[in-house]
Design a protein around this ligand. Structure first.
Ligand SMILES: Nc1ncnc2c1ncn2[C@@H]1O[C@H](COP(=O)(O)OP(=O)(O)O)[C@@H](O)[C@H]1O
Ligand SMILES: [Mg+2]
Length: 490
């Protein structure tokens, strides 16, 4: 309590001295647009100006990728912090790493402020000389409810896990200060508060919509030369293109991994480990999917915590196209040398994978374990992955590419009852298979030492994914989520 009083006193002193210092100079620019052009050194686009000048208490931005969401709100927050001494501003996002990136963007803009305005800059916090604080907060309703916040910004809100609880906490905290809430995102799951905010008139938000066409240079920051790359990556997946570029809610109903499932698996504290980092005290399982010309080779590493029995994806490396298999093997060897806890590397032995897997064992990677992809093994691998996610035993880092790739995987059920997995032509699912292989290797590894129904009862216990009503079936049959009845299989 005493420490808190002391901090309050220090803050009040800082504010007083700031006001005294600023008597002889102009306190700040009169509006946030002029602030951006004159002080921060960038010219806001038309749609950015609208947000900068929007004085509504609740503001929602549904904008395409690379349209300048984070930059706009970062500038607005800096302006608010400077013009309202002693205010508390918060940034929340799907991961702490992302929140740090938002603070980093603000810090780069803040570097252009006149000297004496900023007191200190840290990775998660900026302190202004006038006593205002901009700080990254974890996605924890209790932490958000604690202080009275004058402005809260949720970056990529549609990818924040459990956004309902967070939203309630934000309303609570800004009600004390009559503060402002800004939510920005590319569209994600429709089973979310962000979706409600955008679509439900009961949520009193000022709404701003920006598509890639609005954001394309010279009108916006989306670079013309970046467009072919984005097109190549997204256009063959119409749902992803629609979400990320047209900024429209769209989800493939045949997706085996719905966005909601993936968003809920994101652990905000998790980020990929670098090869140079030390990993100790955990059991690691790697999965390796081979590709070279058309598909990528990808290596995924999942860490299993023996105490909590939870698994986390801690490393995901996609090799550039045309990487020699010797390069892929070399990387796996380095990984095993560095992270001695890798107990299994599960590989796909289909096609060339057979020879590469044999070579891995030859050079001493004895933990290599090959699986040949058949309709049956593919089903086992992806069902196992689905089950790990839905039972919340597997956590993912916030990785937009992985989420997009997994969500693109479709599942159909053939006449003979077999599951058929596919992804839109021109898109990739190598990250998904590498992760699936790692988790499958982990499941097999753990089943040797732990309870497993197949061992207990001597038979295979089939996986039953969540069932949902399929109104398309005249007989009213139930089909599992992500499955579709295929009538025209060749
Ligand atoms: N008005 C602008 N003028 C010039 N560059 C901009 C402008 N707005 C954003 N940018 C740049 O465009 C890129 C994408 O902006 P960002 O805010 O990260 O977009 P988003 O959050 O929508 O993905 C960044 O490099 C940013 O610096
Ligand atoms: Mg952004």
């Amino acid at each position: 309590m005493q420490a808190r009083n002391l901090r309050d006193l220090e803050k009040a002193l800082r504010q007083t001295s700031y006001k005294l210092d600023s008597l002889g100079e102009e306190l700040g620019p009169e509006d946030p647009v002029t602030f951006c052009t004159k002080t921060l050194g960038f010219t806001p686009t038309g749609y950015q100006r609208e947000v900068l000048l929007d004085e509504s208490q609740m503001v929602c931005l549904l904008w395409s990728r690379q349209s300048g969401k984070t930059t706009t709100v970062a500038a607005k927050m800096l302006w608010t912090a400077l013009t309202r001494p002693g205010s508390n501003l918060a940034v929340v996002s799907p991961s702490m790493r992302q929140s740090k990136a938002v603070i980093g963007k603000m810090a780069r803009l803040a570097a252009r402020l006149p000297t004496g305005r900023v007191e200190s800059i840290q990775k998660t916090r900026i302190d202004m000389a006038n006593g205002s604080i901009i700080e990254a907060y974890p996605n924890n309703p209790h932490t958000i409810r604690g202080p009275s916040l004058n402005m809260v910004y949720c970056d990529e809100m549609n990818y924040i896990r459990d956004d309902k609880d967070l939203y309630d906490a934000i309303l609570f905290t800004i009600s004390a200060t009559n503060g402002t809430f800004i939510a920005s995102s590319t569209p994600g799951s429709s089973d979310s508060i962000f979706y409600q905010i955008w679509n439900n008139p009961a949520y009193k938000f000022s709404r701003h919509h920006v598509t890639w066409k609005d954001a394309l240079e010279p009108n916006g920051p989306l670079k013309q030369n970046l467009l072919p790359t984005i097109r190549a990556q997204l256009e063959s997946d119409p749902w992803r293109w629609m979400r990320e570029m047209e900024a429209k809610f769209a989800e493939n109903q045949e997706s085996f991994f719905p966005l909601e499932l993936l968003t809920n698996a994101v652990d905000e504290g998790l980020s990929y480990r670098d090869l140079a980092e030390q990993v100790t005290g955990k059991t690691l399982y790697a999965g390796l999917d081979f590709g070279k010309h058309r598909d990528y080779s990808v290596l995924a590493v999942v860490e299993h915590d023996r105490e909590t029995k939870l698994a986390s994806l801690v490393h995901l490396h996609r090799f550039p196209l045309e990487t020699d298999y010797s390069g892929v093997i070399g990387y796996a060897k380095r990984l095993v040398d560095q992270w001695k806890e890798i107990v299994r590397i599960t590989t796909d032995t289909t096609g060339v994978g057979d020879v590469v897997t044999a070579e891995m064992r030859n050079i001493g990677l004895k933990q290599t374990w090959g699986i040949t992809f058949t309709a049956k093994t593919k089903t086992d691998i992806l069902e196992n992955l689905h089950r790990s996610l839905s039972s919340k035993r597997l956590k993912l880092a916030y990785d937009n590419d992985l989420i997009g790739e997994m969500n693109s995987e479709r599942c159909e059920i053939s006449k003979s009852g077999q599951l058929l997995f596919s992804h839109p032509s021109g898109t990739h699912d190598d990250r998904l298979w590498a992760l699936g292989l790692a988790c499958y290797g982990m499941k097999i590894g753990l089943s040797v030492t732990e309870y497993h129904p197949a061992i207990m009862f001597g038979k295979h216990v089939p996986y039953m994914p969540k069932l949902r009503w399929n109104p398309g079936q005249p007989s009213g049959l139930f089909f599992p989520e992500g499955y579709r009845n295929v009538t025209n299989t060749q």
